[in-house]
Ligand binder design. Sequence first.
Ligand code: NAI
Length: 349
Amino acid sequence: MDVTVFSTKPYDRQFLDAAASDSHHLTYIDERLSVRTAHLAKGAGAVCAFVNDEVDAAVLDMLKNLGVVLVALRSAGYNNVDLDAASRNGIVVARVPAYSPDAVAEHAVALILALDRNIHRAYARVREGNFALDGLMGFNLNGRTVGIVGTGKIGACVARIMLGFGCRVVAYDPFPDNATAALGVSYLKLEEVLAQADVVTLHCPLTPASRHLINAETIAGMKHGAMLINTSRGAIVDTRAVIAGLKSGKIGHLGLDVYEEESDLFFEDMSDRVIVDDVFERLLTFPNVLVTGHQGFFTEEALTAIAATTMANVSTFEATGKALHAVVASEPIVPVAKPKPAPKPALVS
Ligand code: NAI
């Protein structure tokens, strides 16, 4: 099957080429998939898309007219896909449900440790010959409370790591997981997690219910000076509300691997351009904010697994007409392997 791969970088080509079989013919496009670029899929049966590709109704209508029958996402999240439009156009959408939860979990923990101990500031200081410690004081993680929002594959992994640090781990998930609770994680309501946690880390998918889950109201309910970490999807956090929280001191540290408007910035070298996003630039002025450009997934193990599953989705579709990991419009937000309906606590917002 011919596959047009959008948003490709040299590392994507390296791992996808290694995973492709002789029956796959991959055409690599550097640009993002959008109404402007969708025509480049002409002649392909499948397109392969990444997190900031625009797989909306207009693009899917165009892809259908070009003869595309499969969208193989190189990601776990599928919030950028209009599933109803895909279904209407008879296009199957496949994803990579779990490639390396450890990769993202370890990145979240890297942000926690770096912010806590001011590693980002110490790095710059020492290189300038400034060995003063003023302003670099951190806090012990041992004994602190970490609040996890979303205890799926990544959140559960973060829980295991933070329990290893000697933290008390509390969590909110509309569908609490017995195995995670058995590790020693206490499930609470969202507002209780936010009120008790010294560190809040977000690991839920972006859905209508989780959009701006962290907003002015929920920030007001957080512990004063708490650390907030988001490695999930940018729009789970209302960035303007977080900036207000940083200015008031309510939020003591902020670690982001994702940002609401990241599609105009991330994955590109913008170093010789003027960045016009004032909200993003304001974030970068705070000494207690650390931003990485959506690199949580970026480990050798994860890229190997993403490429293998993506090509397996294509091969299985070729052989059977169905993808190995198809996403359907009516798919619940819970992972398939979690049969644990529990009373659904109300969201704050
Ligand atoms: P998962 O599907 O295994 O777990 C998600 C969990 O969130 C589930 O337990 C679900 O019940 C829970 N959840 C759903 N809605 C919620 C809500 N409103 N509030 C609280 N919990 C809620 O997903 P996984 O693999 O753990 O990934 C989580 C997210 O991480 C993905 O959806 C994606 O957005 C993000 N991600 C980020 C990456 C990065 O490079 N920074 C890479 C991979 C994933």
